[in-house]
Write a protein that binds this ligand. Structure first.
Ligand code: UDP
Ligand code: MG
Length: 324
């Protein structure tokens, strides 16, 4: 029998845990799969820890992982993914916004051959204007800047097959933006839209600071564009310098030199050309830093989805040893 692991990060969610666990359990119990539920307590300072331990005591499927401090949503998810042993792993928030009733459909899609079932938040009327707009702007900017596409409104509510999870875990980078990383590993994936529910209780744990950190992890881990701004600026100044030379020459040729303030031409030219040179040099440094950055992330060079041979088909996901 196949095993399904559920991973749910928890940060100060005491008032919602029991209701969330019950709705999750009601969905999982009738499934013809072995199930394990991993709660990752991300350094909660309320009664979440005791509540989780009590749930784990009453249900053998449940494990509670307590992190040593608050590491953040993405890190908590990674801790749960590392601990999961299932053939399929589903991650979802523990505040009830990601409806567990979608899980059977996600598993059915996985059984039909998808390795990644990524959910997408449909317009959420309960969401404030600010959060809706920032999310929209964020995905637009990210998809412009990054080479890895992101599903707009993609949530950390998804199913991964074992081989997709192993591939994801082979990305050893420190700054983690899971939505981008899951998109980066590839595999057959499908998008499942859903309308987010209201939080069961409590308030969002994503402070503005945490949102900013997630945003910068996403942009700076998946895009080198900011590093290359210098090159574009250098090009711009060079064009300005050329325009200035052409302008001054045209005035000289028309014999109208009186209209030029003395010293303006040479000063302006020096200013523009020096700015162009500086920007180009900054841009080249940016390119080198970009290359260094790609290297130090130690991402695998490629990921094998499966190896097929005539007499036995076996799955393998090691991308650790790149062969040129
Ligand atoms: N969370 C976490 N660590 C944090 C912040 C949030 O583990 O530092 C968990 C939180 O308990 C919830 C999920 O991540 O299960 C999503 O957080 P939240 O609901 O606050 O974000 P929102 O839905 O408002 O974007
Ligand atoms: Mg939430």
């Amino acid at each position: 029998m196949k095993t399904v692991s559920i991973v749910a990060p928890v940060y100060n969610e005491e008032p919602v845990l029991t209701a969330f666990y019950q709705s999750l359990s009601a969905v999982l119990s009738p499934l013809p799969y072995q199930t394990e539920i991993i709660f990752v307590n991300d350094g909660s300072s309320d009664g979440s820890e005791e509540r989780l331990n009590r749930i784990a005591e009453s249900d053998r499927r449940v494990r509670a992982l307590h992190l040593s401090r608050n590491f953040g949503h993405q890190a908590a998810l990674c801790a749960g993914l590392d601990a999961a042993s299932g053939d399929y792993v589903v991650t979802l928030d523990s505040d009830g916004q990601h409806p567990p009733r979608l899980i059977p459909e996600m598993i059915a899609l996985a059984e039909s051959g998808y390795d990644v079932v990524q959910t997408q938040r449909l317009a959420d009327p309960t969401l404030g204007y600010f959060k809706r707009k920032t999310s929209e702007l964020f995905y637009r900017a990210l998809n412009r800047l990054a080479d890895t596409p992101s599903v707009p409104g993609g949530a950390d509510f998804r199913l991964l097959s074992r081989r997709a999870l192993d591939a994801l875990r082979s990305l050893p980078e420190f700054h983690r933006y899971l939505r981008g990383m899951v998109s980066w590993i590839g595999f057959r994936s499908v998008i499942l839209p859903f309308t987010p529910e209201k939080r069961i209780a409590g308030a969002s744990k994503y402070s503005f600071r945490k949102m900013l950190r997630l945003g910068s992890d996403a942009i700076f881990s998946f895009s080198l564009v900011p590093l290359y701004i210098g090159l574009s600026a250098g090009g711009l100044f060079l064009i300005l310098a050329i325009v200035e030379v052409v302008y001054v020459l045209s005035i000289w040729l028309s014999g109208n030199t009186d209209s030029l303030a003395p010293g303006w031409s040479s000063l302006m030219f020096m200013l523009l050309i020096v700015a162009a040179i500086l920007m180009f040099i900054l841009g080249f440094i940016g390119v080198y830093i970009g290359y260094i950055f790609q290297e130090v992330k130690h991402r695998p060079v490629y990921i094998v989805r499966e190896t097929f041979a005539k007499d036995n088909a076996s799955a393998s996901t090691s991308g650790k040893e790149p062969t040129p």
